[in-house]
Write a protein that binds this ligand. Structure first.
Ligand SMILES: *Cc1c(COP(=O)(O)O)cnc(C)c1O
Length: 390
């Protein structure tokens, strides 16, 4: 039995080799510090867990939920957008619940791409954007994100023929893996571009609340006319340490929200209602846990930046996200450098290659360990690597 060509075409698992090396090091009893995984290490705040416990006991919640989400949940999302961004959303038509934003990000490609169609994706980027196109038998065109351009795509550099052919464009700010943020001017440019070429903009805002130095990022939906051309994906995953709960949303253009909802009603049956209630508590309850989360990551970020600078990196601290994106020293690829850091320092970093072919000159550090472990990782790297050249 042969799986479909789309499955055969899925890229090989890039981290297989490094995971083998991690397993070997652990077998030898080595203490490995993993800064590889983009998954918050702290627990979900207790008031959110309590809502799940209560709501799980109500039999009403044991039946199939609506695949687009309870109105109460969608209202909480709309209210959050109003208070956080000043963006007005109709909870009935402009918000749909998702089983985590990843689910919607993968499925939107099936909603807008015919076989052979074109999707514009950031490079480096979250792999789900291009894999969505691949699974829909469509193609993706990488938009390079370069440090010279603040890790924003240069829309003017997209060839006219490509822009005309493209059906959707994925963007992600604050950005995984680069930590870059976008301003409203850029999003306004995106709206004009999307209007001119009739493209659906899919903005992934998963890290909008993980920002530093008091500088809150904007939403794509704040740009004038954004709702005419696009939707924004978001979730409670990173903001409230809820990656395991699988609850998110898409918001914006009513037609795209309706199309995604119709697609979903044919493949899934929504999010367990008790979890939707927990999501409501997250969005509408006390927010001091969010400020605390920001402080935790900011302290960790500063330890990484100081550590890398001591080793010779010239690097600016990221303004947002749980990542530090840094160039590999001279003489290394991202994979050979990651292997060196693992074997010599017992520290796991992620090779840039996993985020796009152009990123072989970079690696990613995730700030998902307590600060003393991150400090130890930096000390071990400094001791093991000696003087580096860039
Ligand atoms: C973590 C992450 C998400 C969130 O995924 P969920 O499915 O909502 O947990 C989305 N986009 C990017 C780029 C991420 O890194």
């Amino acid at each position: 039995m042969k799986p479909a060509k789309t499955i055969q075409n899925l890229p090989p698992y890039l981290f297989a080799r490094i995971e083998k090396l991690i397993a070997e090091a652990k077998e030898q009893g080595k203490d490995i510090i993993s800064l590889g995984i983009g998954d918050p290490d702290r627990p979900t705040p207790p008031h959110i867990i309590n809502t799940l416990i209560e709501q799980a006991q109500n039999p009403v919640n044991h039946q199939y939920p609506s695949s687009v989400g309870m109105l109460e949940y969608r209202r909480a999302v709309a209210d959050w957008y109003q208070s956080r961004f000043g963006v007005n959303l109709d909870p009935k038509t402009e918000v749909v619940s998702l089983i985590g934003s990843k689910e919607g990000i993968a499925h939107i490609s099936f909603c807008y791409l015919n076989p052979g169609d074109l999707s514009l994706v950031p490079d480096p980027g979250y792999p789900v954007y291009s894999i969505g196109a691949l699974l829909a038998n469509a193609n993706s065109y990488p938009m390079p994100l370069s440090p010279e351009n603040g890790f924003l795509p240069d829309l003017k550099a997209i060839p006219e023929a490509v822009a005309k052919e493209a059906k959707i464009m994925f963007l992600n700010y604050p950005n995984n893996p680069t930590g870059a943020t976008a301003d409203l001017n850029f999003f306004q440019e995106v709206v004009e571009f999307a209007r001119r070429y009739d493209i659906l903009v899919c903005h992934d805002a998963a890290y909008s609340e993980v920002y530093f130095d008091g500088q809150a990022p904007v939403s794509f939906l704040q740009a004038e006319g954004a709702k005419e051309v696009g939707i924004e994906f978001h979730s409670v995953s990173k903001t409230y340490n809820m990656t395991g709960w699988r609850v998110g949303w898409a918001a914006g253009n009513a037609e795209a929200i309706d199309v995604l909802g119709r697609f979903k009603s044919n493949v899934d049956s929504g999010v367990f209602q008790a979890i939707q209630y927990a999501g409501i508590t997250a969005l509408t309850g006390p927010q001091d846990c969010v400020e605390e989360m920001r402080q935790v990551y900011q302290e960790r970020r500063d330890v990484v930046i100081n550590g890398l600078r001591k080793m010779g990196w010239q690097i600016e601290p990221p303004k947002a996200t749980i990542y530090v994106w840094a160039p590999v020293p001279k003489g290394y690829t991202s994979s050979s450098f990651a292997e060196l850091v693992l074997s010599k320092a017992g520290v796991v970093i992620t090779p840039g290659l996993g985020y796009g072919e152009r990123s072989d000159g970079y690696f990613r550090i995730a700030l998902t360990q307590e600060v003393d472990r991150i400090q130890e990782a930096m000390d071990r790297m400094q001791a093991a690597l000696g003087t580096l050249e860039f």
